[in-house]
Design a protein around this ligand. Structure first.
Ligand code: ADP
Length: 227
């Protein structure tokens, strides 16, 4: 039986609560993602995809509802515990790579592992192996500015997977790339995800990319609708 890696129950979130400009972004979100399942989160800009991913990834808290990651109920947990679970179990990918500019591709993948207590030698070996898997092993010593947009995103994928998370959350991971590059970089991401048996929720408004995932859910007026 497949384990539930992410379970959201009754999640609500409003911005500017009780003010005239209150926005009820999430109005009762229920979602279960099983081991190895890759879910496309499809919605237009402004629908609340980032808000939902940030709550699922413990970067933000809901107004109400429950977030469970690998069976751990995160309700009422303090910052330290949330950071610990986020660091060990969750990988996050943004539309922009957010790599550290003064470090090489390899170092950007090594640093989160050192923060997680991994030895330098083991972290470097894993970083090199991940770069190899996304096809840019020979770019290990380059700084982000010396990489193409697609290469920068591949490094960001490796960084997100560096600590062997159970859950990957990606917010328009190829949204900043031209269509041809986007296709190849997305394929590299899917290979990486499938190769590690990771569970993932990947936000996109590209329906072709969404169709390559296991199932699609749509965010409509603050609620999830299965497609
Ligand atoms: P998406 O990722 O689908 O583009 P977001 O989750 O970024 O959507 O935003 C959903 C809605 O919430 C938008 O109307 C946005 O303007 C609003 N919003 C997001 N963050 C904030 C914030 N910090 N304060 C006020 N409104 C916000």
């Amino acid at each position: 039986m497949s384990e539930i890696v992410l379970r959201l129950s009754g999640i609500t979130k409003a911005y500017n609560r009780a003010a005239p400009n209150e926005v009820n972004v999430l109005r009762g979100i229920d979602l279960e993602v099983g081991t190895g399942e890759v879910v496309a989160l499809v919605a237009p800009s402004g629908a609340g995809k980032s808000t939902l991913l940030h709550i699922a990834g413990l970067l933000d808290t809901p107004d109400a509802g429950k977030v469970e990651i690998t069976g751990q109920d995160m309700t009422g947990r303090g910052d330290r515990q949330r950071t610990k679970v986020r660091r060990s179990d969750v990988g996050f990918i943004y539309q922009f790579h957010h790599l550290l500019p003064e470090f090489s591709a390899l170092e950007n993948i090594v640093l989160p592992q050192l923060a997680n207590g991994v030895s330098k030698a083991a972290a470097e070996a894993r970083a090199q192996e991940l770069l190899d898997r996304v096809g840019i092993a020979e770019r290990a010593d380059h700084r982000p500015a010396a990489l193409s947009g697609g290469e920068q995103q591949r490094v960001a994928f490796c960084r997100a997977l560096a600590n062997g998370p159970k859950l990957l959350l990606a917010d328009e991971p190829t949204g900043n790339l031209d269509p041809g590059t986007s296709d190849q970089v997305f394929a590299a991401l899917m290979d990486l995800v499938r190769g590690t048996g990771l569970s993932a929720v990947i936000a996109t408004h590209n329906l072709d990319l969404a169709a390559r995932m296991d199932r699609q859910i749509r965010l409509d007026a603050g609620q999830l609708v299965a497609d």
